[in-house]
Write a protein that binds this ligand. Sequence first.
Ligand code: HMG
Length: 419
Amino acid sequence: MEGVILDMSVSIPHYFVSHEALAEARGVAVGKYKIGLGCHSMAVCGQGEDVVTLAAEAAWKLLEKNAGSREKIGLCIVGTESGVDHSKPISSYLHSLLELPSSCRIFEIKHACYSGTAALQMARNWSLQNPDELALIVMTDIARYERHSPGESTQGGGAVALLIGHSDDDDYFLELSAKSGIHAMDVHDFWRPNYLSSALVKGKYSIQCYLDGLVAAYDDYVRRSGDNEEVDYLAFHVPFPSMARKAHNRLLKHQGIEDEEVIFEDFKERVEPALWANRIIGNIYSGSLYLMLGGLCELKGNELSDKKIALFSYGSGSCSEYFTGTFGQRIPQLGLRQLLDSRIEIDVTEYERLHDASLLAERDGSYNEELDLIPRPFVFLGVREHERIYRRNEAFFKENLESYETLSNELNAATIQLH
Ligand code: HMG
């Protein structure tokens, strides 16, 4: 079977701020963030972390988990809306940091939060023509809104890496449906002009565009595939967790179910369990849908084999895609809980400092050799003579994957000394 997802991995920034702290600092009732939006905390990038290091870390873990995969990568697509250059793609940095083969097609694509799904579908088709090779898809983003804006509480960051290829038996993670339902429209619901570092958004309108895209893409899926069977789970793009509740509610009503109690019970069973990681990481834009999928894997493990899931991807601007997947026998172990437990909590003052520092790090002359001391697998040292400089931390590569997770706490403690 060609074009199946064989495995996945996730990386997240090493700091977070709680929504209790943010609510207090912004003079907002904490219930609005925690109950209204469903957000409990959000990831914040520290010094030396950016979208390239997040992408490299997720992809590196994936290649380590799959012995012999690196040499077979013939395609590497990065999906992002946090591009670091108008011309040079993030995939070219990954090419050297991960030591990918030279005979490998590399590029970056953009369509807001939809880019990861677009990359995944391209990789599936490519896999049909190249059954002996593997495709590496990396979605990486840092969600950034203006401070004090309504969007501020829905920030976050992280990367998801997927390995796509061929499987002779059922030793794979997810087989996607042959058909997808699509809906595209030209809207200004959320966008980031080239001259701004934070996104602009028409909040309520963006929710409406998302929900309209969902039902239109679902109808298109049923029309194209003839499949309207019930699925075991539903995963959605998650800009904030309550959006998944709104999406589920709208979809079930569209399917003819009106009873709110029935909808609520169904949400608790088929959607809610998978949302836990999104609640404490925040919006990771292109990877958000796949983070929800990862949360489900972490929770249910091998119970998922042979189960069917519906997936809804939304990218502002906009493009919506509804498709389904059937789980194989290889449910990924992501180590998400260990990763989350090893994060460092910061207060709002430190979050604001890091927010500003990450913008300064984008400027020419920001190169700082001292950041090389940060004990992480990949470090962004800053910009020197208009070139971004990254360091692959060789010490890290002497450790195996298991010890990487257990080392995290000590490393975090060492990192904080740098401030
Ligand atoms: P807001 O307008 O300030 O919030 O910002 P609100 O007043 O609508 O309140 C939010 C919810 O909290 C409401 O619940 C309130 O009732 C409730 P709802 O009516 O929606 O069910 N609430 C409370 N609950 C309990 N206790 C309280 C309390 N107070 C209020 N005390 C908004 C919300 C989402 C608009 C804002 O955060 C925002 O602009 N976010 C960014 C945009 C966004 O995420 N849009 C989602 C769809 S577009 C998308 O998903 C694409 C995207 O990911 C980008 C891409 O594609 O690249 C964003």
